[in-house]
Design a protein around this ligand. Sequence first.
Ligand SMILES: *Cc1c(COP(=O)(O)O)cnc(C)c1O
Length: 389
Amino acid sequence: MSESPLPFLPFALPEIGEDEIHEVVDTLRSGWVTTGPKAKRFEQDFAAFLGEPEIECIAVNSATAGLHLALEAMGIGPGDEVITTTHTFTATAEVVRYLGADVVLVDIDPATLNIDPRLVEAAITPRTRCIIPVHYAGLAVDMIAILDIARKHGLRVLEDAAHALPTTLEKELIGTMGSDATVFSFYANKTMTTGEGGMLVTRNAELAKRAKVMRLHGMNRDAFDRFTAKVPSWYYEIVAPGFKYNLTDIAAALGIHQLKRIQAFQARREQIAAAYNEAFADLPLILPPKAVEGDVHSWHLYVLRLSDAAKIERDAFIEAMFAAGIGCSVHYIPLHLQPYWRDRYGLAPEQFPHSQKAYERSFSIPLYTAMSDADVQRVIAAVRRIALA
Ligand SMILES: *Cc1c(COP(=O)(O)O)cnc(C)c1O
């Protein structure tokens, strides 16, 4: 398929260093491979990174698990509605259905590709319980507006921050904005990785307590602790039919060192994004929206959109990139086009004109820390050649 003499440049690759490898080997030699001291340390380090030792950080084996646990702890269930963006990965919405509640999808603001707060407010019904904003590509949602709407209507807010480490809004890290809970992803292609993993972050002690119990089979030792001076090590009580969502120490070992590098990772991503922005400014392309001055974009994704002046179609663009030996992707095929969501809620593209247009004209190009400067130049040259052809 590739006409390039160079090796194929994948769309995404993790950057795993010697520190991560040594920590994983240390875990393997320790005899404690599942959830234990390293998962605990990773949670503590994460709270310290957020700058709030009091914030509860709950390590889980995926962001999907964290989103599910947060909604479960909020008591979301049948008859409830949860509002989110159509321009996301299905994980954001599927967790709502796990609990028997319904998903109400709304369109994006074409300027930011993030959920449009005005459409959120218009979608509220007496059954609405929660809003799930997604910080698309790593650009912060207008959380001031979302939290305002939630306060006004008595709704919960769960941030899907799978793309948003270390994104900031008004100089505050996402995760500290004052929503009920925030969930980060450490999937292989995210801004840091544990292979598979996630972190549920909350200041709500009740929510944290429930999520911790449900993370591991509905097992509770704390209930017993309160009444007895000494709990036998083998004793536990099952208080609910919980899940198996704990993060292993093997994965946490990776996370401890990836987290130490997150600001350096972001700086490199920023550098690549700046090189792309400069190189593509004169092309018939809409560049990705930037963070406001003084705030941080995590640059998880670099999404280009063909402008109305472009002569090439999106699919052909991606095909030409692959022919040049460069992997690209599309984020996302909106949920309103996916058979399950489309058919369950009878959705049509006309209801989501901005997401639909963004989908039809957008593609994501490689942007990750393991790219060399030569890789970046190669991507730039290919995009310029194809866009100007
Ligand atoms: C990756 C991703 C998730 C799911 O993360 P996992 O850790 O793979 O479960 C959820 N939402 C969005 C927007 C994502 O990109």
